[in-house]
Design a protein around this ligand. Sequence first.
Ligand SMILES: [Zn+2]
Length: 368
Amino acid sequence: MVFFVYRHLGLARCNIGYMKQILRLLIILPLLIWVACEDEKSSNSDDDTLYEYELHSNNRVSSLLMSESEYSNWVSNDGFSDGSIRLPLINDVYNKFPDKYDFIFFVLNEPFIPSSLFYYGKLIGVSNNVQGIGSNSYDYTSDYGSSGKLKAVMQLTGLEYLKYGPALHELAHQWANYALPTHSVDNVGSNLTSYPYWGHWGYTGGSTKGQLGGFKQSSLIENGDNSYTVDSFGPFANGGNGIPFNELELYLMGMLPISSVTPFDMFTDITSLAVDTLTFDFTLTATRTTYTPQSLENLLGERVPSIGSSQKDFKLLVVVITDTPLSDDEWNKVDATAEWFSKKGDDGTYLYNFWEATNGVGSITIEN
Ligand SMILES: [Zn+2]
């Protein structure tokens, strides 16, 4: 509607210019028409963009067409992680799309992760105004061309990684883990020195194994002398979209009250680690810190906004970055992942879409 009005005004200005020309020098007429047409052209968002965009007919996913050399540079030199390349590109996205998205996800038009990139997914924070999660408030939205709405940008390095890759994990990073001073170790053995492991749960328990790592608290066995055994787990991840968010993650995301977070342990200063060759159980010697809802709130302060008013529905823009227009097969594949991830219901498979991973409390809308 706004676009239409702008175009209409442009035409009106053109008519006034034309009337003046009739009354004045006919020789300037072609020039004025040219200026007016340029003006009208500049109000057309398609022609205002650096890149060519295509919007898929199902109104979920879009594509951004780069030249072969630009795409090669984006993939080979990880343009997404380079602010001097990422920021102009996202500003260009806002020349095409409205500023209504909480997250922008770029998806590479690659069947698998390119060998030049070392991540399946990456989230870069743009703004945070949630208090009580251990993160400062920050707002870089204006650098990206957003007026405060954009929370983060993500890149997924394969065409179907929204479904099979680490989309839930990366989203969790928007809110977690700034909360706990976790530790990890790189090897098994004794006489180990663990190191701070910010960003992931490391050797921390949870109601279930976490999207950001950590073991299942209910599997903990106390061996005595600061020795503990837990079921097999990953310190930074536990199987992509194959697991839901755990209670602590849901609390930090604003999807669960703190009173519903079951007490759990965090292990730091890990001095020994053994992994059972048959069961893959972990046995470690470490310092144990138990967190309860009360001690969590003492540490982090109250979450603002609280569960009653926290945002639970998020809008995503999904843009495939490519150097060739997408084939029907590629469109179908990526559109199916977007439909799946944003489905507000049980998908009937072992995988968790966002709605399932949040126990039906949170939802995502993907629209272009
Ligand atoms: Zn991570």
